[in-house]
Structures are given as C-alpha cells and as structure tokens.
Design a protein around this ligand. Structure first.
Ligand code: UD1
Ligand code: CA
Length: 488
C-alpha cells in the first residue's frame, strides 16, 4: 500500500482472490490489478468540482469504486486523474497509484496513460469507470475470473436497460458473439435501438489491451479515443471477447448528471438500509434514513426519521438515534439516546444521551451515562461519567470529572481572541446556572459554584465560590415609575 504520484517503478506481482460464495467452491487466486478512470471533467454535472469528487452518501464517487476494487481483493489499483486533479489526488493517493492523463482525450487515452505503470505486468487488468459508485466487489472479482477461465482478451460487464440513453451499445454478431461497442453518438438508429449496454467495467488481458490501444483512433462523433474500440480490435485479432451480463443494472448506473447522482444515492440508500434492516436494525421509515457505506450498526438499534449516519460512524446495541440527527465519524456506544443532534468526530459512550438539539463538535467526549441536553454545544471536551450539561451551555476545551452538574446557561469562555484556554472541573462539582468560566481555571472536587458566578480564579476542593454583584431592592420604585408614565 501507498504508491507515489506519477509512474511507478516495476509493478509487483499481485494476487487476486476471488472469494467463494459457498465454502465448498474452490478458491481462485490469479494475478490481477485494476485501473480506475477518474480524469474526466464531467461537464454534464455543471459543476466547479470534477465529477468523481461528488458524493453518494458522504463518500466521493471515485472512493466507492476504489474501495470496491480493494474489497474484491485487488491489491494494486492505479487511478487515472487529470481534470482538476488537485481535488481528486487527495482522495486516492493513500491506497492507489496515481497516474496523470494530461489531456482528457477519451477513455482509451486514460488507460494508455497507465502503459508505463503496467509495462511489466502480464495478467488480468480490470478497467473500472470511476463514476459508477454502486459496482459490487463480487462483480469485479467475477469479471476477472471469467476472463481467466476463458483466456479472453476482454470480458465486459453489460446490462439491459429499458432506457439505454447515453450508454454505449453492445453489438453482437449473428451467432450472438460480441462484435463491438458503439457509442450512443455514433450509433445508427438500429444500433441505438439495442438495449444491452456497456457498463464501463471490463477485465482485460493486460498485454492484449496495451497492444490494441495503439490501434485506437479518434475518428468518431466526439473526436475522442474510445476504450470501447479495443473490443473490435481484439476480436479482429482472433482473441475471445466476452460479455458478462449483470443481474442488477443498478450496480452499473453511471453518474453523469445531478439527476443520476440523486438516482445513485437512492439505490445506495436502499441497498445499505436493506442490509441493516436484515441485520436487526429498526427504521420505521427507511426512506428517511441515510447511512454511509462504511457505517457500522449493531443490532436492536433504532433509527428514527431524518437521520444521517456518515463516514466512519458506528452505533452500539440498543441505541436510539433521531429524529433529525446527523452523525459524522462519530462513535456511539450501547444504550444511548441521540435525539435531534449534530455530532462530528464525537465519542458518545454507553448509556449517554444527547439532545434534543445538541451539537457535539470534534473531540467532544460524553463518558458513560453522561448527558448533553438541549441547546448544548460541546467541543474538544470530556464530560465525565454520569455528568450532566442539561441546558443551553457552551463547553469548549474543558475536562469535566464524574457526577458533575453544569447549571443551565453555563459557558466556558475558552477563547480570548487569539488563544484557546482550558477549564478543568473535578468530580462531584455543582455548577450553578449561568456560570462563566474564564480559563485557565481549575475547580477542585466537590466544589460548589453559586449561580451567575464568573470564575476567574481556581476554586479549591469542597469550597463554595460566589462571584456576582450584590442586589439592591428600591422599595416602591416600580409603582412610581408607572405613575410617571401615566402623567406624560
Ligand atoms: C463510457 C463508455 C460507454 C459506457 C459508459 C458507462 C467510452 C467511450 N464510453 O461513456 O460505452 O456505456 O461509460 O458508464 O468509454 N475519463 C477519463 N479520461 C478521459 C475521459 C473520461 O479518465 O479522457 C473517465 C471519466 O472521468 C469517467 C470515465 O472515464 O470516470 C467515463 O467517462 P465518461 O465521459 O463518463 O464516459 P461515458 O460517456 O459515460
Ligand atoms: Ca459516464
């Protein structure tokens, strides 16, 4: 893992494991690698961002494809980047080799840009389109297996669509063998009427692929070098060219427009939610719950409407999340209640509760049984076991011990305009309402802070701190005031 930008040195030997569906099936191991195409602009998206950076359920399109390749067992993945690559490279450089296609002259040009990277490579080379997020790892593995078993020059994944608009069409000969692929814009009316489409996922014999790429030209409606032309070239060379039809066309849905991005999100949502429902998660309305592909949820969790669980979020047994909650990269323990809460990179331990209307920002940590209540914002702070911040508080850069009660409206004044300062509160401290902590301050165990105190100095253990202006009552003042007003 971890390749550098640009062309790699000699490609290492790769192992491609096809996981058997049943234990008795034999396991295949073969040499394989994959190229993910992600250099195009995606003009149909009408976006400042390159297409493959757009997200489905919180994950960029290109990451879905790269992750599917890894899950299929491909250990060497190269990603072809080009248009606005500074936005794409950070998403893929950690676990793929980045190859630059300087001029985006078509899908064949993108693969050809990998020629040096795969110069010494002889085996199954999958080419995966970076804009189809729903491809399943099993399908990537299956393409390579079929190619290997048949020693085919290429196996292309195909799908039958009621509306094939926009996709390349699979043209078969009189014997039903794949002859070539014709792009929509180059198709005759008869060809356009064919509803078997090119998914944009292939497995090639690497040598046959690079030999054929040299013969691809740009004599077509778009003036581009089409990868799809490789099929006809390989067939003319007498090598087997095969199609593997998918039984689930949704896995081949290409995202070229915002409408297709929404459609892909809907398919992904249904697929992911169905798996969680089957595993024992309750959703009274699965259409109103959005769960990212890498989220982990234990059984007997309940997800209420308008809940978004994204990134590397995990939720432990018996917790209830929602309604109206958005959790990103947040770890929720068992038996928690997370009601109308936004949490980002937060830790919510077993039995803790938050909301309604809590905002847990990065490094907020609610320990076991702790509470962040209504209109409470917590950032980079630990709220100890059983401690409560029930109403209208801002807690930043604080460490709060066990069994502390923070009164309503209490605030840490953690920022002096330049620097952030820490507040430390011991165990069993009682903080009266509307307390301001002006840090750095430390409050000893068992201390008591009277309401409306502004804490500017440390408070020793078991002391009582009171720091507020004295009240004066002016007898009859209000009545006099009313009378004055009536006269004028
Ligand atoms: C392509 C196929 C089409 C297939 C469809 C499936 C070709 C010529 N056509 O069409 O047969 O039905 O995918 O979704 O291959 N890219 C590059 N460099 C380039 C151009 C594109 O890396 O110079 C990348 C894009 O970022 C994208 C992928 O290749 O991820 C496909 O490009 P796109 O323009 O979306 O091709 P389609 O028109 O959808
Ligand atoms: Ca496409």
């Amino acid at each position: 893992r971890g390749f550098c930008v640009g062309f790699a040195p000699a490609v290492r030997t790769l192992r491609y494991t096809v996981r058997s569906k049943t234990p008795c099936e034999r396991r295949e191991t073969m040499e394989a690698a994959a190229i993910v195409l992600a250099a195009g602009a995606g003009t149909r998206m009408k976006s400042k961002k390159p297409k493959v950076v757009h997200e489905v359920l919180g994950k960029p399109l290109v990451r879905w494809v790269v992750d599917a390749a890894h899950a299929a067992g491909v250990t060497q993945v190269a990603t072809v980047v080009g248009h606005a690559r500074e936005q794409v490279i950070p998403l893929v450089e950690g676990d793929t080799q980045v190859v630059v296609q300087e001029v985006q002259n078509g899908t064949a040009g993108a693969v050809l840009a990998c020629a040096d990277a795969f110069a010494g490579f002889d085996g199954s080379l999958s080419v995966l389109t970076g804009d189809c997020p729903l491809i399943k790892p099993e399908t990537i593995a299956r393409l390579a297996q079929v190619r290997d078993e048949n020693n085919a020059a290429v196996v292309v994944l195909t799908m039958k669509l009621d509306d094939p608009t926009g996709y390349g069409r699979i043209i078969r000969d009189a014997d039903g063998q794949v002859e070539r692929i014709v792009e929509q814009k180059d198709a005759t009316p008869d060809e356009a009427a064919v509803n078997e489409c090119n998914s944009g996922f292939y497995c090639f014999d690497a040598r046959a692929l690079f030999d054929a790429l040299g013969q691809v030209d740009d004599d077509n409606a778009q003036g581009e070098f089409y990868l799809t032309d490789v099929l006809a070239i390989c067939r003319a060379a007498g090598r087997p060219v095969l199609a593997l039809p998918t039984d689930d066309p949704s896995e081949c849905l290409g995202v070229n427009s915002r409408a297709q991005l929404a459609e892909a999100t809907k398919f992904a949502q249904r697929r992911i939610n169905a798996a969680h429902l089957a595993a024992g998660v309750t959703m009274i309305d699965p259409d109103q719950v959005w769960i990212g592909p890498d989220v982990v949820i234990e059984q007997d969790v309940e997800l209420l409407p308008q809940t978004f669980l994204m990134g590397s979020t995990s939720v432990g047994e018996d917790s209830v999340i929602g309604p109206n909650s958005r959790l990103t990269d947040t770890v929720v323990g068992r038996g928690c209640t997370v009601d109308e809460t936004v949490a980002v990179e937060a830790l919510i331990d077993d039995g803790a509760s938050c909301g309604p209307r809590a905002y847990l920002r990065p490094a907020a940590h609610l320990c076991e049984g702790a509470k962040a209540g209504t209109h409470v914002e917590i950032k980079k702070s630990t709220v100890g076991k059983g401690s409560k911040v029930p109403h209208l508080s801002y807690i930043g850069d604080a460490t709060i011990g066990e069994d502390v009660n923070i009164g309503a409206g209490s605030i840490t004044c953690n920022y002096d305009g330049k620097k952030k300062w820490p507040t430390t509160i011991g165990d069993n401290v009682f903080v009266g309402c509307n307390t301001n902590f002006v840090p750095p301050v430390t409050v000893g165990d068992g201390a008591y802070i009277a309401a409306a105190t502004t804490v500017t100095e440390d408070i020793p253990a078991d002391a009582m701190a009171i720091g507020r202006s004295r009240q004066e009552n002016k007898a009859g003042w209000a009545e006099e005031n009313r009378k004055k007003k009536q006269k004028t």
